[in-house]
Design a protein around this ligand. Structure first.
Ligand code: C2E
Ligand code: CA
Ligand code: CA
Ligand code: CA
Length: 279
């Protein structure tokens, strides 16, 4: 049609905000980013509350964009989800993280868990357990050393199917945690029907610990809930000594956050692990 000619395009281009132009540029480049090996992983330590040791790490993806530099997932995960590319990206992350963890295990550095985030789309994609099993077999990582993080809203999406998927993952021997717990749905009844291992308390609640007594009451309630269901409680976004003290006093099992370490490059994790092993 005539109104779709170049003049029309220019009209919009001139009026497009910087954000819109960035978005279109990113989308195009995202498709090639895996092949170009532009994705990289940082790892954030997870600390056991009783002994202060590193009990695991969470793999967090970044995009080394040729022009824009290192991009945080918030800049491109939503785009990857919309375009469907997230399935490929999540599988790349899973493979990369498992290979890395297997190498640390082989060096005698690592006996903890490698935690990997799964998007809703990946979780809902048929054959997930088979794909995870194949990655474990290829990398040589023991299933017990892998933890999959799934958000609360993902499992709530289709609870019947979700329960089946969770069972098939658990049958492999991997650990399953509910990420961003408390931010999704208010119904808690699903918890007792789902085979789970860990509740990760969203960092919004941890941050609220600094506010009034309500923040403390909520975090305490989540820890109690986790334990009464036989799950462990992990707090994320822990930034201060006060938060650590509160979480310890209230029986939180593991913590993760800037207080201990930001997400770091694999070399730094290997160094920390070697240091801990030598100590
Ligand atoms: P998440 O799974 O809740 O990951 C925790 C986020 O909190 C990370 O942000 C981490 O850097 C940040 N964080 C950790 N400790 C602290 C702290 O003490 N204070 C504050 N303010 N923040 C802290 P990041 O790396 O930007 O990742 C954001 C989100 O992107 C993740 O949230 C996760 O939902 C998603 N994501 C990251 N990697 C992947 C991936 O490989 N696949 C998928 N599907 N999603 C991913
Ligand atoms: Ca996570
Ligand atoms: Ca989280
Ligand atoms: Ca989050």
């Amino acid at each position: 049609a005539r109104h779709e000619g170049p003049a029309h395009l220019c009209f919009y281009t001139a009026r497009m905000g910087g954000a819109m132009r960035e978005r279109i540029g990113l989308e195009t480049m995202l498709c090639q980013a895996i092949a170009r090996r532009e994705f990289v992983l940082q790892y954030q330590p997870r600390i056991g509350m009783t002994d202060g040791r590193m009990v695991g790490v969470e793999a967090l993806v970044r995009w080394r964009h040729p022009q824009l530099g290192l991009l945080a997932p918030g800049r491109f995960i939503p785009l990857a989800e919309e375009s469907g590319l997230i399935n490929e990206l999540d599988m790349w992350v899973l493979r990369e993280a498992c290979v890395r963890a297997a190498a640390w295990c082989a060096q005698g550095l690592f006996s903890g868990r490698m935690s990997v985030n799964l998007s809703a789309r990946q979780f809902q994609q048929p054959g997930l357990a088979q794909r995870v099993r194949a990655v474990l077999a290829d990398s040589g990582l023991a299933p017990a050393a892998l933890e999959l993080e799934i958000t609360e809203s993902t499992v709530m999406h289709d609870t019947e199917d979700a329960a089946d998927v969770l069972r098939s993952l658990r049958a492999l021997g991997v650990t399953v945690s509910i990420d961003d717990f408390g931010t999704g749905y208010s119904s808690l009844s699903y918890l007792k029907r789902f085979p789970l291992d860990v509740l990760k308390i969203d960092r919004a609640f941890v941050r609220d610990l600094d506010g009034d007594a309500t923040g403390a009451a909520i975090v305490r309630a989540i820890i109690t809930l986790a334990h009464s269901l036989g799950l462990s409680a992990v707090a994320e976004g822990v930034e201060t000594a006060e938060q650590v003290a509160f979480l310890k006093e209230n029986g939180c099992d593991e913590i993760q956050g800037y207080y201990f370490s930001r997400p770091v490059w694999p070399d730094e994790i290997a160094r920390l692990l070697a240091e801990a092993a030598g100590a």
